[in-house]
Design a protein around this ligand. Sequence first.
Ligand SMILES: O=C(O)CCC(=O)C(=O)O
Length: 320
Amino acid sequence: MHRQRTQFSRRVNRVLTHRADRVSKAVERRGIRATYRLHDSVLSNRKSRALYEGDRPHLDDVQRSILADVEKSGYATVPFADLFADELHWQELEAMRDRFVADTEADLAKGGENVRVRAGKEFVVRLHSYGVPIGLDDPWFRAAASRRMLDVANAYLEMWSKLEYVDVWYSVPQPADAERISSQRWHRDYNDQHLLKVFLYLVDVDEAMGPFQYVPGSQPGGPYADAWPWEPLGQNYPTEEELEARIPSSEVRAFTAPKGTLIFCNTAGFHRGGFSTTSPRVLATATYSSPASLASLTTRSYDFAGSPGEVDAPTRFALS
Ligand SMILES: O=C(O)CCC(=O)C(=O)O
């Protein structure tokens, strides 16, 4: 979750009522960027890199192939079953999806008073939203916190990462002539450059259902990294037309795929999605970021409901 407000801006707003928001935001943005860079180079990520170097995970062929693809193009796809062989785990995810869809649709039919949405992003209904306790009995949290996924994230980021965000989304279909808004438009996630997001499609997703879309090579270090380059809290994003003029549409990857597809992606690169005009797109998502991001730019979306003793050291680090 991106940080919305800090103590600093609250204080400035109380003292400088006139122009306060604009002034405090500009000063604050500079401070947050500097804090991020300090945590990335010295304070937080250095220790995290040392922990990783001291205990590199052993990846199997499936994990190595995901890692190689993300390193090369910024994304990888793999069937959930290739990473998690236990058929029961998938069945638990489907049961969770069915409960979530039934509850969401019942609530939407009554006017949507109780669905969990974020202001400005009402097209995404969330299963958890923010600040909820989640434990390993939750099948998606169990997958995201597992070494099967965490080891890939840590190997990609080359440090012990933080599992910063876990949720399940229901994208409410929009009128075909609606304008794309928010994450339906091309953007880079500004919360970290050391970022690995995972999406697990829980329904088949076709072209009309707002598939996740990505510009391969736009991740930091990739050939398109210099197009409106990533920066902490970056906000200078191109219009849809500008991006499309710079990056040929043949280069854009649209992830139409069957349910059970896992997409790993560095979303510091350009991406968009969720603009369904037909059926709801339902997916589970998780974000791994560096400790520097949690220290300066983001807030964890959940509270781990288990006890630290029930998980190993890299997992404990990721969940704390
Ligand atoms: O819903 C989508 O496909 C895009 C999501 C997105 O922009 C994000 O998670 O940063």
